[in-house]
Ligand binder design. Sequence first.
Ligand SMILES: Nc1ncnc2c1ncn2[C@@H]1O[C@H](COP(=O)(O)OP(=O)(O)O)[C@@H](O)[C@H]1O
Ligand SMILES: [Mg+2]
Length: 253
Amino acid sequence: MGRSQYAIEAEGLRRTYRRRRGPVVEAVRGIDLTVRRGELFGLLGPNGAGKTTTIKMLNTLLIPTAGTARICGYDVVSRTREVRRRIGYVFGGDRGLYDRLSALDNLRYFAELYGVPPRRQKETIAELLELVGLTGRERERVEGYSRGMRQRLHIARGLLHDPDVLFLDEPSIGVDAVAARELRRTVADLAANGTTVLLTTHYMAEADELCDRIAVIADGRIQALGTPAELRGRAGREATLEDAYVAIVSAAA
Ligand SMILES: Nc1ncnc2c1ncn2[C@@H]1O[C@H](COP(=O)(O)OP(=O)(O)O)[C@@H](O)[C@H]1O
Ligand SMILES: [Mg+2]
């Protein structure tokens, strides 16, 4: 407990959604997963596969219908406080930042909210701005930021309380190619510094470049799991990760 060699462990994780009208949706149908500390782990799958639902259960934002999960050895249901202290959550899109404030004021605000000790805030924020490549731009209002800059600011926000595990749910969505490359560098740096990262993305080249291991999920289940090279190798001699991914997802359909 708290000593686990694994950053993330899940056993038989399930989640159904009950709509007021209509059928029960089985979003996640039994996921077993272990992610080592410091690993950069990719979760790939088509829209609706259950990736975000899985992340939200690991994140303590959704209670599993069945199964168990632990973060750094702490159960996500019974030890939410310990879990929350150790995780950060970043998702793509526009929510979660104050447009009218500068990046610096956003980070100051969230640092306060996340309980970063006042004497450590200045240094922490400076380090994070450096990590995400926004040093020198921190006094500009976020409304003038590009999509890529916003995403990097989101990552800085998610790291303020120095989490062991960072969940990145489609961080590169809508980000242009140059900014996406910078974002990848940020994510790689993070992992190199020992943060465990669980990443979802629809960009196969991104997953291939970044991830130590990948789980392909479709229809609420893990359909394949391995290193990018292993997954490519299973699809054929010259296969790309995209070839492998398409074959796995098609076979599951
Ligand atoms: N709040 C919700 N209520 C009902 N169904 C939902 C809800 N959130 C997600 N779902 C359904 O659960 C399934 C998995 O969704 P999700 O985990 O968001 O997949 P992904 O992130 O892989 O696109 C989909 O069929 C989706 O429509
Ligand atoms: Mg999703």
